[in-house]
Design a protein around this ligand. Structure first.
Ligand code: M6R
Length: 404
């Protein structure tokens, strides 16, 4: 069942190229850039006239929702609120029948998310589900479902379901933008083309065969390239080798910080959650710019700080964010914090500044999260393995949380 992998989590991390491809296929046209959603009880007018989107979800799915906010607001110019599903009904949310409720859940059975759906429905909003399990409870009450085709996820720590959720959110954001006329045909085509390149980029990052390669046999490891000890090198060693080495160096740490800015901040939160839940190391995700408002006081020579410092050079706001994040990194290194940077292949500026750099392939800003979370998953995995933890069944946790 584990197809030769030691744990389901590792198998599922390696299934991400296929999960992304299967969540994209049949929904986008590579000729026109148009997005086609499955049949649902939402008309184009519902999407065009929506006043806002209210996202409710828990855990990793909530992180996907936070990233989805950036995608939908940026592409479709529609305001998005993101709530913890477990909090939603306790704040007497403001009723708006033109608001669309968007529930994100791998299992479709999470009690808190079902309760948020009931609250949204009671307030008169239609609900849309992004769910990985066909026929799950949430989909039976929703007016529409966008299925993430990640396949069954067994490991308690969500991996492929998360990147599939990000993919579904990107597809939804594009569709909303097209219906609302906030995106040009040219930009749509460009983004759809870039989306279609992700499975191959993920496969190369994971050193496995691409699901799109002719005659490929999924998940089969490609030959490991020799490692390059030069820290200024702009190419990368195989990611698993790098993450194993990082695990060797950092598995005894008591705390970890994960920093990101903009759409990369939810990925920092996700990196911290992965580490917490499977290795039992205390970790926090923080917006990079907030460090100087308090958490800088935590930094010392024993604190590993994972900084997401990627950029899309064709996107001025992404470049600005990157520049600011570089200054934040300098603030950490000046206080002897040990920085592990996630950066874009070819970025020599960053590797001069920090102790460790993990490179990922280039992609447009809104798609980078799908690539940058992969090293964070593998880092958590290898640290947990080194600490002798039960990776697939962490203590005190269940795959599906069916009580509020
Ligand atoms: O099935 P759901 O997506 O609704 O589950 C939500 C959370 O319980 C889940 O994401 C949890 O945080 C994972 N164990 C994280 O890896």
């Amino acid at each position: 069942e584990k197809s030769g992998y030691k744990h389901f989590m590792l198998k599922e991390i390696n299934e991400q190229p296929r999960a992304i491809r299967d969540t994209t296929l049949g929904r986008v046209s590579l000729d026109t850039g148009k997005v086609h959603l499955p049949e649902m009880q939402f008309s184009e007018a519902d999407f065009r006239n929506a006043s806002q989107i209210t996202i409710a979800a828990c855990g990793t799915s909530w992180h996907a929702g936070l990233a989805g906010k950036f995608m939908i607001e940026r592409l479709a110019r529609l305001p998005v609120e993101v709530d913890y599903a477990s909090e939603y009904r306790y704040r007497d949310p403001i009723a708006d029948p033109r608001a669309i409720g968007l529930l994100i859940t791998q299992s479709g059975e999470t009690a808190d998310t079902l309760a948020a759906q009931a609250e949204l429905a009671a307030k008169g909003s239609k609900t849309l589900a992004i769910c990985n399990v066909v026929g799950a409870a949430i989909t039976r009450k929703a007016q529409g479902t966008l299925t993430t085709n990640a396949g069954p996820e067994i490991g308690v720590a969500s991996t492929k379901a998360f990147t599939a959720q990000l993919t579904a959110l990107f597809v939804l954001a594009l569709h909303l933008a097209q219906v609302r006329g906030t995106i040009s045909d040219e930009e749509s085509l460009h983004l759809v083309t870039e989306l279609s390149k992700l499975p191959t980029k993920l496969a190369s990052l994971l050193n496995i065969n691409s699901p799109d390669a002719p005659g490929s046999s999924e998940g089969v490891a490609a030959p490991i390239r020799p490692s390059t000890p030069d820290r200024r090198s702009t190419t990368r060693q195989p990611l698993s080798v790098q993450c194993e080495e990082l695990a060797r160096l950092f598995h005894t740490a008591d705390d970890f910080l994960f920093l990101g800015r903009g759409i990369h901040y939810p990925i920092a939160l996700e990196g911290a959650l992965k580490l917490k839940e499977i290795s039992y190391i205390h970790a926090e995700g923080y917006p990079a710019g907030e460090m100087k408002h308090g958490p800088n006081a935590l930094i010392d020579e024993s604190l590993p700080v994972v900084c997401i410092a990627t950029k899309d050079p064709n996107d001025p706001s992404s470049v600005l964010k990157y520049e600011k994040t570089l200054s934040n990194i300098q603030e950490v290194t000046a206080r002897s914090g040990r920085v592990i940077a996630i950066a874009i292949e070819g970025d020599t500026e960053i590797s001069q500044l920090v102790e460790q750099t993990i490179y990922i392939p280039q992609a447009p800003e809104l798609l980078l999260p799908i690539l940058e979370v992969v090293p964070l998953q593998l880092l958590a995995y290898h640290i947990a393995v080194r600490r002798g933890c039960d990776v697939d069944q962490p203590r005190n946790l269940a795959k599906s949380v069916t009580v509020e």
